[in-house]
Design a protein around this ligand. Structure first.
Ligand code: NAD
Length: 262
């Protein structure tokens, strides 16, 4: 389905990013894995995914909190593979605190990694996509790109920004009359290693069973009372990257178990 395509997934050595990379590689794309660590461990994750899928998977370290590093990631991927067809802006961090105590450095970091990085990578990739007349940009936003929760000022602001940015990029590509689309995927709660670790902490802290924590603490705003999986986010992303999705642009797809229907 994605044979011969070249994809970058930012923040992709764990969680949702790695899940998306695995699905894209499994469908025949060559994939650039990224995080900010420049570590042997991250290089090994890329090597393992290459072995598992048979795809060309390479690691490029770049700190998505820095504009120049975002641009360099795209340039290095273009130099290594000749072009970039698919850009998935996934890197993201979180901090939860009431606004009067919210550390200003955390605000800056969340805005930089969760929002500005998508601007910088898209800015760097767009000229090539327009010149070739084809490209797919998928921004991993959140249910918090469409709705809010208390104590998540920076995250909610950044994710709403990602949704807005996705619309502008889509309109600019459409005006250029090229097959370049840009959309935002909005997951609710996704089952990742980080969430799994939180679950154990919550069971201890609340003296609850696993099912009680899931039902009464974590998924209270998820009508289905089920987590989405990284595979489901990967498959949604892959669909948006397919030829069938050519007329889907400038919009959001929620994968949130009904959260935003409430
Ligand atoms: P995660 O912490 O498991 O993975 C984040 C990845 O980003 C890691 O590979 C990490 O090394 C990398 N990263 C962190 N800082 C970076 C930086 N400065 N530069 C480059 N890479 C960096 O997170 P996740 O839960 O998989 O979340 C991925 C994305 O999905 C985020 O944008 C997050 O906001 C979004 N999201 C997650 C959930 C959820 O329930 N997990 C729900 C909605 C949206």
């Amino acid at each position: 389905m994605l044979d011969g395509k070249i994809a970058i997934v930012t923040g992709s050595t764990s969680g949702i990013g790695l899940g998306i990379a695995r699905v894209l590689a499994g469908k025949g794309a060559s994939v650039v894995l990224n995080d900010h660590t420049h570590s042997d461990e991250s290089r090994a994750i890329a090597a393992d995914l290459a072995k598992e899928t048979g795809a060309d998977v390479r690691y490029i370290g770049a700190d998505m909190s820095k504009g120049e590093a975002c641009a360099r990631l795209v340039e290095e991927a273009e130099a290594a593979f000749g072009r970039v067809d698919i850009l998935v802006n996934n890197a993201g961090i979180q901090h939860v605190e009431k606004i009067e105590d919210f550390p200003t450095g955390k605000w800056d970091a969340i805005l930089a990694i969760n929002l500005s990085s998508a601007f910088h990578t898209t800015r760097a990739a767009m000229a090539g996509m327009k010149a070739r007349g084809h490209g797919r940009i998928v921004n991993i936003a959140s249910a918090h790109g469409l709705t809010a929760s208390p104590y998540k000022s920076a995250y909610v602001a950044a994710k709403h920004g990602v949704v807005g940015l996705s619309k502008v990029v889509a309109l600019e590509a459409a005006e250029a009359r090229v097959d370049v689309t840009c959309n935002a995927v909005c997951p609710g709660y996704v089952w990742t290693p980080l969430v799994e670790a939180q679950l154990a902490d919550q069971m201890r802290a609340n003296d609850m069973t696993k099912d009680e924590v899931i039902d009464k603490v974590m998924l209270t705003r998820t009508p289905t009372r089920e987590f989405a999986t990284v595979e489901q986010i990967g498959e949604t992303t892959a669909f948006l990257c397919s030829d069938a999705a050519v007329q889907i642009t400038g919009t959001t797809i929620s994968v949130d178990g009904g959260w935003t229907a409430l």
